[in-house]
Every structure is written in structure tokens, then in C-alpha cells.
Design a protein around this ligand. Structure first.
Ligand code: G3I
Length: 636
């Protein structure tokens, strides 16, 4: 059944009214598990017990506000317009005002786990229809899953627009409340999943498309105030050059003037060469700037000049001696042992205000660096045939300038994939994977010596992760990836990398079997990466020692690839120091252990900064963990 569905309502009728569409959908089901949020970090490595299964449902939002009269958009007459596969609409070039949405409800997929009794019909939505709404109008989309049993199904959705609210109506229905603005014009898809009240893995999912179009009278769109982003207070050494990218943001998508109100002498504030809404502060500090300096910025609304937003940037200029550390630095001690001791580099550190201090600290303490984010697919290859190498190129340049080994991370992973890859037909994914590996490894073949070829292919229970890659190729994608990487990196160290596998458990058992079978089938794998995202609550280091040994006995190199140790449950920096020392000791005493790599070094840029997991504070002061590492590296 296809219908062309375009709102007939004039914008004036819509002003101040809400578009509430009571949605109940029809049959079908889902193969999805809990919502996969590409940016959702994996669970931190639990002490020993695997982490709790993420909640099936998410937390209720504020209660529903009464929003006045609601209207159901009239269904237009059948037919009209050719079928348009919205998934292939080139949103950058389509004129939304001419694009009728053709209702082609996506096939719903039912997950029917074994043993479902025949009288248990899956939950359903009476009707899920594509929507057309005007920029500036508030949409209240009520999602009402139903079940033939009369019980209330569970419900969750895929990622919603950042400004949207997901409101629990405390009656089994949820409301997606959203007021799109000019930048939202286009088409978005939202997948809604209903969970069977009796058998939670029995689900249906349906995808609806929402097209946002401009109203005839743009003045009906509320003009919201601008703001300033990109400012994080910093500490620098006198003599360092502060680089600060200041971004003027306006919810209406317009870019107004952005001014510095009190530039220090010699400082510049210039337009970013590519980004209209960013200006770059460059300021080389001097001893005369010691102390906290407040630099003030102001942006003015492009439509209404009376709307302004000010923001201050506080930067403390310190005496360089504040960052001196007694004794030998960690890199010198590691070099003396010919031991790889590394960190993961924050993305585009050179655009951070404390770039000089960051780089100096890295060069003094580490002889190997991992690309934390600069080689991730979503960043490097956001669109087909479009590549962004700047961040990785700059890191490679820095590493070579400082005679560091480079650890490339990751080639094949299930997260941070660009939309276009996630939407590939299964039969096209193998070629895409092989092409990405070729493009990346070929480009850096002479610079990057170690590769995380496949990252996190296993679940906590040891089963294969149902990922974009596994769904298309089964577990064969793993060997294919390694063979492809070897084609372009003739001498590189090719690793399988994962988390929650450093000690003996179902997942590390599965990893052991996996690498055993890879070796048995002559797959070119050299080693394994134990990420080791730990906490101060972790205690089972004996199990880590035994686990390291069994992988070493396979003839594999061992890399500690992403170590960080969060301070949790009343833990202390001293306990953290002890933990860092224990892991280093395990590596130094295991001949197969090739590298000890920390997932960053200053808490300021850690992916889990709230647990202060690294060896420097936010203001680059060494923590007890740093001294514990120094002590062990110098043989104490
Ligand atoms: O670059 C964008 C920036 O333009 C934007 O303004 C900002 C706010 O949305 O996001 C920035 O991208 C973020 C990226 O880190 C770079 O900072 C992503 O949102 C964020 O999700 C991403 O998080 C990274 C995460 O992997 C997901 O890729 C973490 O920094 C990184 O530490 C973490 O590392 C993973 C390893 O790759 C694999 N092992 C687990 C480890 C921890 O999750």
C-alpha cells in the first residue's frame, strides 16, 4: 500500500497548534536487540561479573504537558507521485518542498525466539505513518504499542533528534515532543520497537519517516537566541600558544557576528578557513600573563540584533616549572628497557587550548601512540568516496617527529560507522570493509606498524556480536579482514582487540578459541589486544596472569591496548596507582607482552573522565599512578 502524504494545512493554521498523531501500528516484528547507540560506550570492564544487561527501556521523561487542541493531519487521496525510496534520497540536494513523502512502510521484522506459544501474538502498533511537519511547529507524536493480551508492551526508539523530548505518559504510551527548526528541514527516520509483555525478546519494530518542511511564512518559526560553544577553561605554560576554536551556534541555523571583546595584545581572532560559524583565537602567552586571564566573546543573533550571547574563556597561564616532575620521565625509562609504553591521542589535540602542554607531556612520557578516534570509519570516510585524513595525518606527523611507534585503531569495528555503511545491503558490506581496510592501511603502510584489525567481535557470553559485519558475513569477516590487512601491511603487527577479556571468563575463552582457529587456518594474526578498561574495584590479577600465559602459549604477542583504571566505590588514587603498577608488572614479567598502552594520559580528555581514570590530572599534574609507573620502570 502506498500513499502520497503531504500536509494540506496552511502554516497559519498550525501556528501555536500541536500536531498530535495517535499512532498505533500493524503487525510485523523486529530482529533488534536493545537500541544500539553508536556513541554508547561499551561497559567498563567489570571486576569479574559481566556488566548488567542494559535496561530494555529508558527512563521516563517529564510528565506530559497539556498542549492545547490537537489535529490529525488529513490523509490525502491515494496515489500521486512515483514511489521514492527515501533511503536513497540525496538530502543535500533535494528540495524538501517539492518532495512528496511516499508512504512505503518499511517491512517490519519479527524476532520470534524459540518456544513462543502460538497464541502469543506479537505486540503491534495500530498504525505507523510517515509524517510531514513544518519547521517551527511543535510535534507531539504519541507512540502507543498494543498487545492482544491486553497487557502493556515495552517500548523504545532509535536515536531521536537531540532537541526532542521522549516523554513517558505513565500509561504505556510515550510522546516524542519536538519543535524542529530551519536546520532540521529534511527527512529523518525513527525506528520504534515494541517488546512483548510476556517474552521480552519477542518484538516488533517499525520505522517512520518524518519530513520537516519550511512553512510559507518563515516568520512563524520562533527565533531562538544564539549561543557560544567550544570553550573549556584551560591551563597553559607561559610561552605556550593558546589555540581556541570558538563556535557561534544558533538553533535557527543562522550565523551571526562573533566578536572577541578583550583580546590580549598580540592575540588574533580569525575566521576558520572552512567553518563559517567558527573563529580561531591564537594567543602566544608571556610571563606577563601569569595567573587567570578572562577572554570574553560575544555573538549576536543574525535576525534580531538585540539578542546577544556572551561567554568567557578562563585560561590560567602558569610558570612552566609547575609541570616539572622529579626524576626520569617515563619515556626515557621505557626506552632504556626497549619497552613500548604508550597513550591514545585525543582527536585533533592541536586544536585544543592546551595543545602545546599536551604535546610536550606526550613526548616526554610515551614512545608509542594509538589513534583513539582519528582513524574511525565515521570520521575518516563519512560519505562514499569522501575521506578526511587530516586528524590521522597530523598524528602520524607528530609521532614521527617524536620518534614514536604508531598503533592504528581500529580497522573493523561495529561502532562509529557512518550512516551510509550501516545502510549498506548485506551483500555490499564485504567489499566496503575490504575497501576501507585497503584505503587506510595503504595510506599509512610505511608509518603505522601495529593494527587493531578487528575490534570487539565478541559478546560477554562469548557469542559473536550481531554486528553490521557479522550479519552480512557471519564470523568469516574476521579472517577476511586480517587477510586484507596483511595484503597492504606486509610486516605490520595484526591484532584482534577486545574488552573484558584480560581475565579468565566466557568471553576470553571465546577469544582464545577464535584466535586458535584463526591461527589454525593460517590467518595472518600476530597478537591480541587486551583493552583493560578497569576500575579500582578490580582484583583478579592472578586470573589476568594465567590468561596472558595461555595466549602467549599460542605463540601470540600480547598488547595492553586501552588501559585506564577508574576510581569507583570509594576507591583512592593510591589504589589506582597500585592497579597501574600491577598491570605493568604483569606485562614486564610476561615475555609475550609487547606494549603497555594507556587510553589517554590526562583525565581532562578521557572518555570516562568522571572516574578520573588516567595518570595525570585535568591540569597535567602527575598522580600517584604516574609515580608508581616511574618507580617500577626504574626497577624499584
Ligand atoms: O568529533 C566529534 C565532535 O565534532 C563533536 O562536536 C562531539 C560532540 O558530539 O563528538 C565528537 O566525536 C566524539 C568522538 O569520541 C571524538 O571525541 C564522539 O561523539 C564520541 O562518541 C567518541 O567517543 C569515543 C568512543 O570510543 C566511541 O568511538 C571515545 O572518545 C573513545 O575513547 C572510545 O574508545 C573506545 C575504543 O575505540 C574501543 N574500545 C572501547 C573504547 C571506549 O569506548
Amino acid at each position: 500500500m502506498t500513499m502520497t502524504f503531504v500536509s494540506r494545512l496552511q502554516p497559519s493554521l498550525l501556528t501555536g497548534l500541536t500536531l498530535a498523531l495517535l499512532l498505533t501500528g500493524c503487525g510485523g516484528g523486529s530482529n533488534s536487540g536493545a537500541p544500539v547507540d553508536d556513541d554508547m560506550d561499551p561497559p567498563v570492564e567489570a571486576p569479574v561479573e559481566p556488566d548488567e544487561t542494559p535496561p530494555l527501556d529508558d527512563t521516563p521523561e517529564a510528565p506530559v504537558m497539556d498542549d492545547g487542541p490537537t489535529i490529525n493531519l488529513p490523509e490525502t487521496d491515494q496515489g500521486g507521485g512515483d514511489d521514492i525510496d527515501l533511503d536513497n534520497v540525496d538530502l543535500d540536494n533535494v528540495d524538501p518542498e517539492t518532495l512528496p513523502i511516499t508512504l512505503t512502510p518499511l517491512p517490519a521484522v519479527t524476532l520470534s525466539p524459540e518456544g513462543i506459544s502460538s497464541d502469543n501474538q506479537p505486540p503491534y502498533f495500530d498504525d505507523l505513518t510517515d509524517q510531514v511537519i513544518f519547521a517551527g511547529q511543535e510535534m507531539n507524536l504519541v507512540l502507543a504499542p498494543k498487545d492482544s493480551s491486553g497487557q502493556v508492551p515495552g517500548l523504545f526508539t532509535s536515536a531521536l533528534p537531540p532537541e526532542a523530548q521522549y516523554i513517558d505518559n505513565f500509561n504505556g504510551t510515550r510522546t516524542i515532543r519536538w519543535r524542529p527548526l530551519q536546520p532540521d528541514v529534511g527527512i529523518i527516520s525513527i525506528t520504534v520497537t515494541a517488546i512483548d509483555p510476556v517474552v521480552p525478546l519477542y518484538r516488533i519494530e517499525k520505522t517512520i519517516r518524518i519530513q520537516i518542511v519550511m512553512p510559507e511564512d518563515e516568520s512563524t518559526i520562533p527565533n531562538l537566541p544564539p549561543a557560544i560553544n567550544g570553550i573549556e577553561d584551560s591551563v597553559v605554560r607561559s610561552g605556550d600558544t593558546v589555540v581556541l576554536l570558538v563556535r557561534a551556534v544558533d538553533p535557527n541555523g543562522t550565523v551571526g557576528p562573533l566578536d572577541a571583546l578583550n583580546l590580549p595584545p598580540g592575540a588574533t581572532f580569525t575566521q576558520h578557513p572552512e567553518e563559517d560559524d567558527i573563529k580561531i583565537l591564537r594567543w602566544t602567552t608571556t610571563p606577563g600573563d601569569f595567573g587567570v586571564n578572562e577572554l570574553r566573546f560575544r555573538t549576536t543573533d543574525a535576525i534580531d540584533a538585540s539578542m546577544k550571547a556572551d561567554k568567557s574563556f578562563f585560561v590560567r597561564v602558569a610558570d612552566p616549572s609547575e609541570f616539572d616532575i622529579p626524576g626520569e620521565r617515563l619515556r626515557a625509562l621505557a626506552d632504556a628497557r626497549s619497552f613500548k609504553f604508550g597513550y591514545a591521542s585525543v582527536l585533533r589535540w592541536y586544536n585544543m587550548p592546551d595543545a602545546d602542554l599536551y604535546a610536550a607531556t606526550a613526548a616526554q612520557d610515551f614512545n608509542i601512540v594509538t589513534t583513539e578516534n582519528s582513524l574511525k570509519w565515521g570520521l575518516v570516510n563519512p560519505l562514499p568516496e569522501q575521506y578526511r585524513w587530516d586528524a590521522a595525518d597530523e598524528l602520524v606527523r607528530f609521532a614521527k617527529q617524536n620518534d614514536m611507534v604508531i598503533h592504528g585503531h581500529p580497522l573493523v569495528w561495529h561502532r562509529q560507522l557512518p550512516q551510509w555503511v550501516q545502510k549498506l545491503k548485506p551483500e555490499d558490506r564485504r567489499n566496503a570493509m575490504l575497501k576501507f581496510i585497503r584505503e587506510v592501511v595503504n595510506r599509512y603502510n610505511n608509518d603505522i606498524q601495529i593494527w587493531d584489525v578487528v575490534n570487539e567481535a565478541l559478546e560477554e557470553d562469548g557469542s559473536f556480536r550481531q554486528s553490521t559485519w557479522f550479519d552480512a558475513m557471519g564470523s568469516s569477516y574476521i579472517a577476511s579482514a586480517f587477510k586484507q590487512a596483511r595484503l597492504y601491511s606486509r610486516n605490520g603487527e595484526l591484532l584482534y582487540n577486545d574488552y573484558d577479556v584480560a581475565w579468565e571468563n566466557a568471553k576470553s575463552d571465546a577469544m582464545y578459541s577464535l584466535v586458535q582457529s584463526l591461527r589454525a587456518s593460517d590467518t595472518p594474526i600476530n597478537g591480541v589486544g587486551f583493552q583493560m578498561h578497569l576500575t579500582t574495584a578490580f582484583t583478579d590479577y592472578d586470573s589476568v596472569e594465567r590468561n596472558f600465559q595461555r595466549f602467549a602459549d599460542l605463540g601470540l604477542d600480547i598488547y595492553i591496548t586501552e588501559l585506564d583504571i577508574g576510581i569507583v566505590d570509594g576507591g583512592s588514587e593510591q589504589q589506582q596507582a597500585e592497579a597501574y603498577r600491577k598491570v605493568l608488572s604483569l606485562c614486564l614479567n610476561q615475555p609475550a607482552c609487547q606494549a603497555y598502552q594507556i587510553w589517554g594520559f590526562t583525565d581532562r580528555y578521557s572518555w570516562r573522565k568522571e572516574t578520573s581514570p588516567l595518570i595525570f590530572t585535568n591540569s597535567y599534574q602527575p598522580k600517584p599512578a604516574w609515580f608508581a609507573l616511574q618507580s617500577l620502570l626504574q626497577g624499584d
